[in-house]
Write a protein that binds this ligand. Structure first.
Ligand code: ADP
Ligand code: MG
Length: 572
């Protein structure tokens, strides 16, 4: 498989023009263009199939990107993101798009949203810059449209490459702004732990989004910019922006209170997304959260496999064991308990909860209800009685949106009151109310939090083969993966933001099975997968290079494994 001159591809396309679609297979291979090398890795089988996988590689020295665009990991990731966006917009404007039958004629690359994620779409190293993208090879019916293909490979593609993978064609100011924004966000996130913080939101951030399905910043001249109040204000020193004041959320138990519609959920949402860097002008580009902060919600109907939920649930009717609890159909409260315990098992550092998406009976049981239903006929120990132990014993912080129950004043380290979208410190006021007007409820949490069981997954309980023996590992949208005959519902993993992450999760789950045979707990399995990705890139997750994978966390892998309905585990 030597490298052929680009002319050879041109000749080949002329030769197969008008022939049956299968003849396209003959163009697979590598070709030298004037200023880049083209690799046609996989040729689609028909015009309706998934488009062909193509790469273009430019020698690093020819691409002209200065040393300082790749001098650290933050910048490398941000450069890859920037170039992916550039390649995407250039392919929109310089390629004619769909022509002929099926998806023929399209040249596409992964399309990033508001987040700057490490992606497999752009490989950057000391030797090269390589774009991984997709082309729909054109046809009329099942006949090869060779002239159209020639136009794509010899007019459109070179124009896209020339204007997106070479420094001379890039707007320098925009590029450096992109790199510096990501670098500052990473630096801010890195400073959290030494300051004993789990999150930071810079003054001047714009948190609200355009809509529930549009992640871009709210476009409204009236929108209120975030501003910390004095007690929570800290100042970070960032490499590019310098001294940056904003609100720090300390470790421990934090309550976000406030009236309905005053911005509580919007703030929590920003914390959920603060695990990612955002593009300049996103509004959240300097709002960061520790990497292993996990959004928790109730998700009734999910399966649970031998999770020890006894810290929260015990004494079930019919004496069902809750120290290794299994079900194919969890209730709201049980699912939320399992979500928390599994997240902690997988290494969560902070939990983010919103009353809007929590099971009420999991969150609170007030004095009156304690009187009506005796403890021995109530299986649930509510979160309020465990949240402190979770922090003091397990080191796991909680941020909780709670506008509905003042009982939580007793257990909070700090109370943030949102008023007209701005935070105020209401800790003293809340503590004073708790003192003057006791909740009068009995604490039910017991002496200790209880056990976080680590579970050992069985590789053979995860199959990626369909009945016809073909492998199937795929993502469908953002919140579902397909493994063989099994659909895995990820609808409660609200921190996944991109279909390429979901594809990465699907492949990571299968990749993880290689580590499941040595009796390793799920957490370590997920850690090993992430370590491999960090060392060798997202490419390790797939047998063939593909440009549509994006960064995931170990907690995401563990969460997906936990939601596979065929999963079998044993407790360590
Ligand atoms: P809560 O959870 O307190 O009920 P939300 O966070 O859901 O309130 O916010 C209510 C509405 O206000 C949402 O439509 C949201 O987009 C909007 N909003 C939130 N923060 C701001 C802000 N800083 N400026 C303008 N509108 C905002
Ligand atoms: Mg809300």
């Amino acid at each position: 498989m030597g490298v052929k001159p680009a002319d050879a591809l041109q000749k080949e396309l002329r030769r197969i023009d008008g022939k049956g679609y299968k003849a396209y297979k003959d163009i697979a291979g590598s070709y030298d263009y004037k200023n880049f090398r083209l690799h046609i890795d996989h040729v689609q089988g028909d015009p309706f199939a998934a488009p062909s996988r193509i790469r273009v590689r430019v020698p690093r020295s020819d691409s002209g990107f200065p040393e300082d665009t790749t001098c650290n990991r933050s910048r490398v990731v941000a450069l890859g993101d920037f170039l992916t966006r550039r390649f995407y917009t250039q392919s929109k404007s310089l390629a004619r798009g769909i022509r002929g039958t099926g998806k023929g004629g399209k040249i596409t690359i992964d399309r990033p949203g508001q987040q700057i994620l490490n992606r497999s779409s752009l490989l950057i190293n000391n030797d090269c810059i390589e774009a991984r993208f997709f082309m729909g090879l054109p046809a009329f019916g099942r006949k090869i449209a060779g002239r159209d293909a020639e136009e794509m490979f010899f007019t459109e593609l070179p124009a896209i490459v020339d204007t997106s993978l070479f420094f001379s064609a890039i707007d320098e100011n925009n590029l450096y702004l992109h790199l510096k924004t990501a670098e500052d966000a990473d630096a801010a996130r890195d400073q959290l732990s030494q300051k004993n913080m789990i999150a930071f939101i810079a003054d001047g951030s714009l948190l609200p989004r355009r809509s529930g399905i549009d992640d871009r910043p709210l476009k409204d001249p009236e929108a209120v910019l975030f501003k910390s109040d004095d007690t929570f204000r800290i100042t970070l020193d960032l490499p590019n922006s310098g001294k940056t004041p904003g609100m720090g959320i300390p470790r421990g138990v934090t309550l976000i209170a406030g009236g309905g519609y005053h911005g509580k959920s919007t703030l929590l949402h920003a914390l959920e997304r603060g695990i990612y860097n955002h593009v300049p002008k996103d509004g959240r580009h300097c709002a960061v959260t520790v990497e292993n902060a996990v959004k928790i919600r109730a998700c009734d109907g999910r399966n649970i496999e031998k999770t020890d939920i006894s810290p929260f649930i015990s004494n079930l009717p019919l004496h069902k064991d809750t120290s290794a609890f299994s079900t194919q159909n969890a209730s709201g409260s049980t699912s939320q308990a399992a979500n928390i315990l599994e997240a902690v098992e997988a290494g969560a550092e902070a939990l983010l909860l919103d009353e809007d998406t929590s099971a009420t009976n999991f969150m609170i049981r007030d004095r009156r209800m304690q009187q009506l239903v005796a403890k021995d006929s109530e299986p649930i120990t509510p979160f309020i009685d465990k949240v402190r132990q979770l922090y003091s014993e397990k080191g796991v912080s909680t941020v909780l949106v709670m506008g509905g129950s003042g009982d939580y004043f007793n257990v909070a380290d700090q109370v943030i009151r949102m008023t007209a979208y701005l935070p105020e410190d209401a800790t003293d006021a809340a503590k004073e109310i708790a003192r003057a007007d006791p909740a009068g409820r009995r604490e039910e949490g017991g002496e200790n939090f209880g056990r976080i069981a680590s579970r050992i997954p069985e590789a053979k309980s995860i199959s990626v083969y369909r009945r016809n023996k073909k492998m199937k590992i795929a993502g469908r949208g953002i919140r579902e993966i397909l493994l063989g005959e099994t659909d895995v519902d990820l609808s409660d993993l609200e921190q996944l933001v991109d279909p390429s992450q979901t594809r990465a999760v699907a492949n990571a789950v299968y990749y993880a099975t290689r580590y499941m045979n040595d009796g390793l707990p799920l957490r370590e399995v997920a850690e090993k997968v992430i370590a491999d990705v960090e060392k060798n890139g997202l490419d390790v997750l797939v047998p063939n290079i593909t440009g549509d994978l994006a960064r995931i966390r170990r907690v995401d892998i563990a969460a997906a494994v936990n939601r596979i309905r065929t999963l079998r585990v044993s407790q360590a």
